[in-house]
Design a binder for this molecule. Structure first.
Ligand code: HEM
Length: 353
């Protein structure tokens, strides 16, 4: 590989890792496992290309006589790439490293974002265009093929090897999450996407508002939500844990039927007391449950009492907590993603109202 094609290769793999990294946040079904495979194998490919590059430049990095204006930036870049790789590998091997309240997974996300921004800035400011000789050639083609196949093989071997060495990483789910508090009622970690921390909601005065494109808008009391429907589903948090639980409450589809969806209704919006909301296609409502209990216990405040959404196969941030309103609409909700951030600064989200 020429120096230019190595640099462009590094940038491309970082781009692939960033894209698949962001996709992991939305991947919760077994059919999404390929995203984690591409991300993991991409990580090993990056390590291979980086060591290739380091073999070429390490003398310049360690010999002060050869330092120039670009050396510090180059050294910083190598450090960020290495830190991102090591944090991802550390997490997937089961290392417990948390500082200032953030586990390795969250640090890995943050490093991935910093690295991607650095690569984009570098590409805009300094990238040298590729020439024909940087791309053409059977040897290069074979090298790229070997790196891709080798990386995939290493990724495939990673789990069996982790199991062989007794590493905790062998027990992680295909999403990279580790088990916590399954089938133990409310005793599983309570997390927030950003920082929602509302006051406890009053059970006696609680009503679930059911509005939008329905024939009969309703205000549903809590007793009607404790309908005896139940299902077993895995809450898989992007913060890195999963918990399998039996949830009880009422199937959302059953509640919607009573309100009479209008023909134009295609999406259901589930809205929290804090303003946090998420939207689902109406045809998926059959799989959704509004839970008032978990593992035979009444849902606790930290887990979204009196009512939270259970959305099997979706990542935890879609399982809206402290649900107070359900709305039917004729399309998806373009503001949902933003709501998950600003909900933490609303008076309700801060616990001030
Ligand atoms: C752009 C730079 C990135 C690099 C170089 C990188 C690299 C890696 C590496 C080497 C692993 C270990 C793979 C394995 O052992 O199977 C990993 C795992 C992981 N990364 Fe990244 N990553 C990046 C960005 C991201 C981003 C932005 C996210 C999410 C927002 C993310 C989410 C994950 C997750 C969830 C895992 C765990 C997967 C598992 O345990 O199988 N990564 N990453």
């Amino acid at each position: 590989m020429t120096p230019r094609s190595t640099d462009w290769g590094l940038a491309l793999v970082v781009g692939l890792l960033f894209a698949t990294g962001v996709m992991t946040l939305f991947a919760g079904q077994h059919g999404d496992a390929w995203i984690f495979a591409v991300h993991g194998a991409g990580g090993f490919a990056l390590a291979a290309v980086l060591s290739w590059k380091l073999r070429r430049v390490w003398r310049r990095l360690v010999d002060p006589a050869r330092w120039n204006r670009g050396t510090a930036a180059g050294a910083a870049a190598v450090t960020v790439v290495a830190a991102t790789l090591l944090s991802g590998l550390g997490w997937s091997s089961g290392a417990h490293l948390s500082a200032v309240g953030y586990n390795l997974q969250k640090k890995h996300f943050a490093l991935g974002v910093v690295l991607t921004i650095a690569v984009v800035v570098h590409a805009v400011v300094r990238a040298k265009p590729l020439r024909r000789r940087d791309l053409a050639g059977r040897r290069q083609f074979l090298q790229v093929g070997a790196i891709a196949a080798g990386s995939y093989l290493v990724w495939e071997l990673q789990r069996p090897l982790s199991a062989w060495f007794g590493l905790r990483g062998a027990r992680r789910r295909f999403t990279g999450s580790y088990e916590a508090g399954s089938f133990a009622g409310n005793a599983f970690p309570a997390t927030s996407w950003v920082a929602d921390r509302p006051r406890p909601l009053h059970e006696a005065s609680y009503r679930l508002e059911l509005h939008g494109l329905v024939a009969r808008p309703r205000r549903v009391p809590l007793a009607e939500l404790r309908a005896g429907d139940s299902l077993v589903a895995t809450l898989d948090c992007t913060g890195g844990f999963y918990s399998r639980q039996r949830w009880s409450g009422v199937r959302l589809a059953r509640l919607l039927e009573r309100a009479g969806p209008l023909p134009a209704a295609s999406h259901v919006r589930v809205i929290s007391h804090t303003g946090y909301r998420w939207s689902f296609a109406l045809r998926d409502a059959n799989q959704l449950l509004l839970a008032t209990g978990v593992g035979g216990e009444t849902l606790s405040h930290e887990h979204g009492a009196p009512v939270r959404l259970v959305a099997p196969g979706r990542r935890g941030f879609e399982w809206v907590k402290w649900v107070v309103r359900i709305e039917l609409h004729d399309g998806p909700d373009p503001g949902a993603a933003a709501s998950t951030v600003w909900s933490s600064v609303t008076p309700e989200g801060r616990g001030a109202a």
